[in-house]
Design a protein around this ligand. Structure first.
Ligand code: AMP
Length: 216
């Protein structure tokens, strides 16, 4: 199964990805996670990406395309992929079409998660993540059992540096300008699934699962 999941920051890409992975044996490739790992490990790529990320700006296309192309050559991608946060620009989408053709894995479904700004604001400012195992929480809607501590592994929860209202405005703007055209790029191929993601996660996932079931 070859899937792209798209949506503005806070739309639930990470949460839906976790649920999709329980159903399909494919790797979850999040360009945001890959970049954050590079920043943490202070690699050359991480050093280049850091300032863009902290400002909520997109990292240059050439950096991202090379990173994804390399990742897709790993053996676990034989079964397909769940790409999260990529492609985010039309340049990336065009380059990815060539890469996907080269590896014989064309996109079968683009899940476009759609949510209003006010809902995103609440989700983003309340989001807490576990730096160790990647679990995602929300201070009100999905609070950990012990405040500030991960239920899964006991690590101290953190807030992403870019999870502020100011950064959300910038990231939404980037999304409208750069990423909405990516959805338009895939629309004529008949693979885009628009999902109202302002609903409870079980409902949102139910709809996604049903649609993917028809493709598999
Ligand atoms: P995310 O975790 O997907 O919200 O990504 C966090 C940040 O990483 C974004 O705000 C961008 O700075 C950068 N990033 C992630 N994916 C991409 C991409 N496909 N193209 C450019 N920048 C990206």
């Amino acid at each position: 199964m070859n899937i792209l999941i798209m949506g503005p920051a806070g739309a639930g890409k990470g949460t839906m990805s976790e649920l999709i992975l329980k159903e399909y044996d494919i790797p979850h490739i999040s360009t945001g996670d890959m970049l954050r790992e590079n920043v943490r490990n202070q690699t050359d790529l991480g050093k280049e990406a850091k300032s863009y990320m902290e400002a909520g700006k997109l990292v240059p296309d050439s950096v991202i395309i090379a990173m994804v192309e390399k990742r897709l050559q790993e053996p676990d991608c034989q079964k397909g992929y769940l790409l999260d946060g990529f492609p985010r620009t039309v340049v990336q989408a065009e380059a990815f079409s060539e890469i996907a053709d080269k590896i014989g894995k064309p996109v079968e479904c683009v899940i476009a998660l759609e949510v209003d700004f006010e809902v995103l604001k609440d989700r983003i400012t309340g989001r807490r993540i576990c730096p160790k195992c990647g679990a995602i929480y929300h201070i009100r809607n999905h609070a950990p059992k012990v405040e500030g501590i991960c239920d899964e592994c006991g690590a101290e929860l953190t807030q992403r540096k870019d999870d502020t209202v100011e950064q959300l405005v910038v990231r939404m703007d980037e999304y409208e300008k750069a990423t909405k055209p990516v959805i338009d790029f895939y629309e004529p191929k008949g693979v885009v699934m628009h999902v109202n993601a302002a609903r409870p996660k079980e409902e949102v996932f139910g709809e996604i699962k049903e649609a993917l079931g028809k493709i598999a």
